[in-house]
Every structure is written in structure tokens, then in C-alpha cells.
Design a protein around this ligand. Structure first.
Ligand SMILES: [Zn+2]
Length: 128
């Protein structure tokens, strides 16, 4: 683990542990699925694709790490997007976020990372 990110990393892990489960936070939701495609700052090509499945027992923790190795304090937070999708009973929400971390240690305060996350969130609701 590189030193520069260790404080960030610790906070990330603490927030994960402190998060409620999906069933505690969103009792009407049975599962959440997030399709993610990471791209560099050009917005083209694919660095990595990932699918994440959350069941009702999963932690309601929707922060995602930036894939740019030198990125300082970056990442993507889908929490508000997911919360507002659920509050409006949406089943699909998609869009694009850009990383607001810094490109590397030398560019802190000058150049944002701007790597891209294209996401597609789908929410399944429990029947009652
Ligand atoms: Zn980044």
C-alpha cells in the first residue's frame, strides 16, 4: 500500500464498516446491480469493466475506487445517485462521472484526474 493513499484508504474502510445494510437503509429494495465501465480521461476505450451485485444483506456502500494508479484522493461515489433512484422508485439509472481526485502527487491542486466511470444502476424491489 502506498503511503500517499493510506489515510484515504483507512477512511474508505471505516465508512464501509460503518455503513448499514441495504435492508436497513432501503427496506423496499431486494437487490442492486451496478455495471461499471472505467475509462481514462479521454473518455474512450475501456480500462476495466466490472459488475457489482448487492443483495439486501450487503452493505449499502457505493463508493468506488478510481482505477488510475497515481490518482490522489479520487474515486466515485454512487451513494446519492442510488438513493435518489430508490426514492423515486426508478429501476434503472445510468450516466457518467469523472474523477475529481488529482492526477498524481506532483499535480495536487493543479490537475484533476478526470478518469471516467460510466455506470448503469438497476434496482430490484421486494414484492409485498
Ligand atoms: Zn482518479
Amino acid at each position: 500500500m502506498s503511503k500517499k493513499n493510506s489515510v484515504h484508504e483507512t477512511l474508505f474502510n471505516q465508512e464501509f464498516l460503518a455503513s448499514p445494510t441495504i435492508s436497513e437503509k432501503f427496506p423496499t429494495v431486494s437487490s442492486v446491480n451496478i455495471k461499471m465501465v472505467f475509462r481514462d480521461d479521454s473518455g474512450n476505450g475501456t480500462i476495466e469493466s466490472q459488475n457489482k451485485e448487492f443483495t439486501s444483506m450487503s452493505k449499502a456502500f457505493f463508493q468506488v475506487k478510481c482505477r488510475q494508479r497515481e490518482c490522489v484522493n479520487g474515486g466515485f461515489d454512487l451513494s446519492n445517485l442510488i438513493t435518489s433512484a430508490i426514492n423515486s422508485q426508478q429501476t434503472i439509472a445510468e450516466g457518467r462521472l469523472s474523477c475529481q481526485g488529482w492526477q498524481d502527487l506532483e499535480r495536487v491542486g493543479n490537475n484533476h484526474c478526470l478518469w471516467i466511470l460510466d455506470y448503469e444502476i438497476s434496482v430490484q424491489y421486494a414484492q409485498n
